[in-house]
Design a protein around this ligand. Structure first.
Ligand SMILES: NC(=O)c1ccc[n+]([C@@H]2O[C@H](COP(=O)([O-])OP(=O)(O)OC[C@H]3O[C@@H](n4cnc5c(N)ncnc54)[C@H](O)[C@@H]3O)[C@@H](O)[C@H]2O)c1
Length: 316
């Protein structure tokens, strides 16, 4: 039986991935680790700690006989810019710890990269798997480094490192943070609370996005794929839908015709401008049969229902 460690478990991705992993492997076989002391939204084994603490990671892996690590703990794009040193230590140092443990204990590793690996020299449309990587953010720099490190550990030590370049992910099980693509979740809180939202990106900023259920499903598909199907050991291009704030608003107005939007771009606009609009993920589709199940219309309904429920629970 697999024993799974999920780091960064209380975050946007972790809180949804944990539930699916628990369904598949059993609650007792999924261990959650996060630096945040807040109580988890899920039941099961939970540890408070820092992924930069090698001894702690080693103790958890030994105590629970861990066989796979889903290493999600990270600072995101905007948070990394506020503290680049910390971003380097957590994003690169934490991954190095995980890879060293994977090498020593023969663990399979999932680690998410991001569309933030791309930069101004990357083509804007249908970015191919092998492209130009000149990110302008420290977050992107840590993600490019992580991809190279993972591939190095695969070639040098045989570590079964698997990774996806996540687009902007939209889910409702955890509170959204200050990420550049997260306007697409905050907008639903604006919709539910006051039928208006002030958007920090321009209306025509097209970015690759994905509903969280698809991201979780794709992650588990990649981790379950036979080893001979994995042809990419940096990180797979991984995509579902691309839309602009204006297109999202148009879709939201089908639910709420009088929804108001104000555009006040802030410094995240510069980050968004350095990222691609659409991604070619045909290698993931060929290798392990990736296919999204949420288009924009379906995602908007799911996000609206999810945020409505969250806000109602907050008010109880
Ligand atoms: N959310 C997205 O749209 C998106 C897009 C691309 C890539 N990703 C990647 O997916 C992963 C998860 O993202 P998320 O959206 O869930 O982020 P999040 O910010 O919601 O969650 C990250 C979690 O990591 C924890 N954490 C931070 N530093 C830690 C440390 N030193 N030790 C232990 N835990 C620590 C935080 O407390 C938080 O709960 C990250 O690697 C991120 O770069 C996310």
């Amino acid at each position: 039986m697999e024993r799974i460690l999920v780091t960064g478990a209380l975050g946007l991705v972790g809180s949804e991935l944990i539930i699916e992993l628990q369904k598949k492997y059993g609650k007792e076989n999924v261990i959650a680790l996060d630096i945040s002391p807040q109580p988890p939204t899920f039941e099961g084994v939970s540890v408070v700690g820092n992924v930069c603490d090698w001894e702690l990671l080693k103790t958890i892996v030994d105590r629970y006989q861990v066989s796979q690590i889903y290493h999600l703990a990270s600072l995101l794009s905007a948070g990394s810019e506020k503290n680049p040193d910390r971003a380097w230590n957590v994003n690169v140092g934490g991954l190095k710890n995980v890879l060293d443990l994977a090498r020593d204990k023969n663990l399979r590793v999932f680690w998410p990269s991001s569309i933030a690996v791309f930069g101004n020299t990357t083509p804007k449309k249908d970015v191919p798997q092998h492209s130009s990587f000149e990110p302008v953010t420290i977050y992107g720099v840590t993600k490019v480094t992580g991809e190279m490190l993972g591939q190095y550990y695969y070639h040098r030590y045989g570590v079964d490192f698997r990774s996806l370049r996540f687009p902007g992910l939209n889910g409702t099980k955890a509170k959204p943070g200050d990420g550049t693509t997260e306007y697409a979740i905050h907008i639903f809180y604006g919709l539910v609370r006051e039928k208006r939202y002030t958007c920090f990106l321009k209306p025509d900023t097209r970015l690759p996005m994905m509903y969280m259920d698809d991201a979780v499903r794709g992650t588990m598909m990649l981790m379950d794929a036979p080893v001979e199907n994995i042809s990419v050991r940096t990180s797979y291009n991984f995509s579902a839908v691309s839309f602009t704030p204006a297109e999202l608003v148009q879709e939201i107005r089908k639910i709420s015709p009088d929804f108001e939007i104000i555009y006040q771009p802030d410094k995240r606009q510069l980050i968004a401008d350095s990222w691609p609009e659409t991604i070619d993920d045909s290698i993931a589709r060929n290798d392990w049969h990736w296919k999204e199940s949420y288009d924009l219309e379906k995602m908007v309904v799911a996000l609206y229902e999810g945020v409505k429920e969250r806000v109602a629970n907050e008010q109880k």
